[in-house]
Design a protein around this ligand. Structure first.
Ligand code: PPS
Length: 572
C-alpha cells in the first residue's frame, strides 16, 4: 500500500526548547537561588533531544499523567502517539527539596547549567509495572530493565524545559545535526523523500546493500543516522563506528546519501523503540524508515529466549504506520548469495541456494584471533577501522588476578610470572602485589569488609586501565570476597583479558609456613580480622587456574599460567 498521500515532506511541527540569549542570561542569574540536579549521561542525551526538537512534540520531561498513559497506551494525555517514557529520575534527597511550581537547574556533569525545569509533578513510579509495560518483561537481563531497576533514581520529576544551551560535543562536530538543520539541508538539496537508517553497529556490506535497496524501493534519498549516545553495553564504541561509517559513505552513488549522528540514549525496547525511532527520524525530516529484523532488540535472555519476536517491531509499526506519518521500509534478515555475489532478504533466496552469513559473535572471535574477515562480508576500510580498536588477543592487554590466603604463595608466583613475561617481552608489566598496594595506594585502609572491598576495587580500577592500554597487570591481593572479585572481572573483561588464579594452598600449610609470623599473632588475638583465622575467605568457583603450592614450585606454577595464556591467544 502506498502511504505517499500521508507523508508531509520534512516532518510535522518542530518544538525548539532553546531560549533566546537574553532569556538564557536571565535564567542563569535567577538560578543562583534554585536547587540543582546533575544530569546523568543518559539524561544529558534525553535533554539534548528534547531541547533540539528530536522528541517533538514533547516540551519537557513527562508529567505523571502523560507518563501513566505512555506506559499503558503509548499515548500522551492529548492522544498523541508516543511510545517511550522520557522521565527525569532523581534521588530521594534531591526530590525532598522540590515542590510543584519550583524551578530546578539541570546541569551537566561539569556543573554547567543546560536547562531549567519548572516542576509540575513529583512521584515515585512503580518500576515493575513500567518495565512490564514498556519492555514487556521485568527480567533484569534486559539492559533497559537493568537500567530502570539498578541505575535510575527512585523518584520522577516532570515539567516543562527551557534550555539555555545544548550540550557541547567535541567529537565529529560536522556530523551532528539538529532536526531543523537536517530539514533545511534536505530542502536545500531538493530531497523530498528521505529514507532513514538507524544503527548502533558498524555497517558492513549487508547494511550498505540493504540501505541501497531501501532507497531504490522507496525512490528516496538516504539518511544514515547512527546512534552515538548510549547503545547496548558492549557495543563497538562510537568513535570507531563513526570512522567506519565515514569510510562506507563512498560506496553509495554520489550525492544520494547523507550521514548524520544522533545523540540518542537507546532503551533497547524493540517494538516500542521502533516507533520512537521513526518519530525521531520524522522530526529530522525523514519520510521513510527502515525496520529490519529484531529492530532495537537486546537479543535473548540467559535461557536463550529472545525478548522480542524477530518481526514484532515491524508488526507494531505496521499497525501505527498511518498515524506515524512515516512509511516503513521493512526487511527480512539479509544473507549473502555467493552464486550471484549479492545480499538478499532471506525470503527472496531461490530454492536450494546455499547462502552465507557471519554472526556478530563470530566477527568478534575472528577479530580477537586475528583471522581473515572475507570481502563478501565487509569492506577492507571498515575491517581496518575495527582492527585498530579490536586488535587480536596477541596484542591486547590482560590482567592475571591472584587470590588466596596469606602465605599461600601468591607473591612468589606473581614475581616469577612477571619475570618470565618480561623475558618474553612485547608488553609493559605492572605488579600490584597486596603489600605494595597497601603501602602506596591503600595506606589508610584496614581489614574490615568495607576496606578490603575498597582496596580490591582500587586494584581493579588500576588493572583495568593498564589492560585497556595494552599492558599486563599482575595483581596479588588476598581478595577474600567472591562478589568483589566478580566486580573486578566485570571491570576488566570488556577491555581485555582477565585470568583469575586461585592459589589454593590449604590453611594448615600456610599456617605452618607462617613466614611473616602473622598466623601466630592472629591465633593469639594480637591481629584481628585475620583471613582464614578470624575473617572469612570465599573460595572462587570461577577461577581459570587453580594452584596448590604445597607440592608445586613457583616455576611450575608460573609456567602453568603462561601455558593457559598461550592457549587463549594472549601470548603469541
Ligand atoms: S585484602 O583482603 O585483599 O584487602 O588483603 P591484602 O591487601 O592482600 O593484604 C593482605 C596482606 O596484609 C597483611 N595483613 C593481613 N592479611 C589478612 N588479614 C589481616 N587482618 C591482615 N593484617 C595484615 C598480610 O601480610 C597480607 O599479605 P600476604 O602477602 O597475603 O601474606
Amino acid at each position: 500500500m502506498s502511504l505517499d498521500h500521508l507523508i508531509p515532506p520534512h516532518g510535522g511541527r518542530l518544538v525548539d526548547l532553546v531560549v533566546p540569549p537574553d532569556r538564557a542570561d536571565e535564567l542563569r542569574r535567577e538560578s543562583r537561588d534554585w536547587p540543582s540536579w546533575d544530569l546523568t549521561p543518559r539524561q544529558v542525551c534525553d535533554l539534548e533531544l528534547l531541547a533540539n526538537g528530536s522528541f517533538s512534540p514533547l516540551t519537557g520531561f513527562l508529567d505523571r499523567a502523560d507518563y501513566e498513559r505512555v506506559c499503558s497506551e503509548m499515548r500522551l494525555t492529548d492522544g498523541t502517539l508516543w511510545p517511550m517514557p522520557i522521565t527525569l529520575d532523581v534521588s530521594r534527597e534531591a526530590a525532598e527539596h522540590l515542590e510543584a511550581g519550583a524551578r530546578l537547574a539541570l546541569r551537566d556533569p561539569e556543573g554547567v547549567m543546560l536547562a531549567v525545569l519548572t516542576v509540575s509533578d513529583i512521584w515515585e513510579p512503580d518500576k515493575e509495572a513500567e518495565a512490564a509495560r514498556v519492555f514487556g518483561t521485568t527480567n533484569p537481563e534486559h539492559p533497559g530493565v537493568a537500567y530502570l531497576f539498578e541505575v535510575a533514581g527512585p523518584v520522577y520529576v516532570g515539567g516543562r524545559i527551557e534550555a539555555v544551551q545544548l550540550p557541547v560535543h567535541y567529537d565529529f562536530k560536522e556530523l551532528r545535526r539538529t532536526p531543523a538543520e537536517l530539514r533545511a539541508e534536505f530542502a536545500q538539496k531538493g530531497w523530498t523523500r528521505v529514507v532513514a537508517f538507524q544503527t548502533r553497529n558498524p555497517m558492513h556490506r549487508a547494511h550498505v546493500e540493504l540501505t541501497m535497496r531501501a532507497a531504490r524501493d522507496a525512490q528516496a534519498n538516504l539518511l544514515i543516522h547512527p546512534v552515538v549516545g548510549m547503545t547496548k553495553p558492549g557495543d563497538v564504541d562510537h568513535y570507531t563506528r563513526v570512522r567506519a561509517y565515514q569510510a562506507v559513505m563512498d560506496r553509495y552513488p554520489r550525492l544520494t546519501a547523507s550521514l548524520a549522528l544522533l545523540n540518542l540514549a537507546m532503551r533497547m525496547a524493540g517494538p516500542r523503540e521502533a516507533l520512537w525511532h521513526a518519530i525521531i527520524r520524522k522530526n529530522h525530516g525523514a519520510t521513510h524508515f527502515i525496520v529490519g529484523r529484531d529492530h532495537a532488540g537486546p537479543g535473548s535472555d540467559s535461557n536463550g529466549d529472545p525478548f522480542y519476536g524477530p518481526y514484532e517491531a515491524q508488526e507494531l509499526f505496521r499497525a501505527h504506520e498511518e498515524e506515524l506519518g512515516v512509511a516503513m521500509v521493512d526487511f527480512k534478515l539479509m544473507v549473502y548469495d555467493p552464486e550471484d555475489d549479492r545480499y538478499l532478504p532471506i525470503d527472496e533466496v531461490p530454492e536450494g541456494r546455499k547462502t552465507l552469513s557471519i554472526s556478530g559473535t563470530e566477527l568478534r572471535e575472528r577479530l580477537a584471533d586475528g583471522r581473515e574477515i572475507p570481502e563478501w562480508f565487509s569492506y577492507p576500510e571498515v575491517v581496518a577501522e575495527l582492527r585498530r580498536t579490536h586488535p587480536p588477543r596477541a596484542s591486547q592487554g590482560f590482567t592475571v588476578f591472584f587470590t588466596g590466603l596469606s602465605g599461600a604463595g601468591k607473591s612468589t608466583i606473581a614475581n616469577a610470572l612477571m619475570v618470565k613475561l618480561l623475558q618474553m617481552g612485547g608488553r609493559p608489566v605492572t605488579l600490584l602485589d597486596g603489600d605494595i598496594v597497601r603501602k602506596h595506594l591503600s595506606s589508610e585502609l584496614g581489614f574490615s569488609k568495607e576496606h578490603r572491598d575498597l582496596n580490591i576495587l582500587r586494584i581493579g580500577f588500576v588493572a583495568s586501565e593498564i589492560t585497556k592500554n595494552g599492558g599486563v597487570a599482575i595483581c596479588a591481593p588476598i581478595a577474600p570476597y567472591d562478589g568483589t572479585r566478580q566486580r573486578v572481572r566485570r571491570m576488566i573483561e570488556p577491555v581485555g583479558g582477565f585470568v583469575l588464579v586461585h592459589v589454593a594452598t590449604p590453611l594448615e600449610v600456610c599456617e605452618q609456613r607462617d613466614r611473616k609470623g602473622l598466623y601466630a599473632k592472629a591465633r593469639a588475638g594480637i591481629i584481628k580480622e585475620f583471613t582464614g583465622i578470624s575473617d572469612p575467605y570465599e573460595e572462587p568457583a570461577d577461577a581459570e587456574v587453580t594452584i596448590d603450592t604445597t607440592d608445586t614450585s613457583p616455576d611450575e606454577a608460573a609456567n602453568r599460567i603462561i601455558l593457559y595464556l598461550e592457549r587463549l591467544g594472549y601470548i603469541g
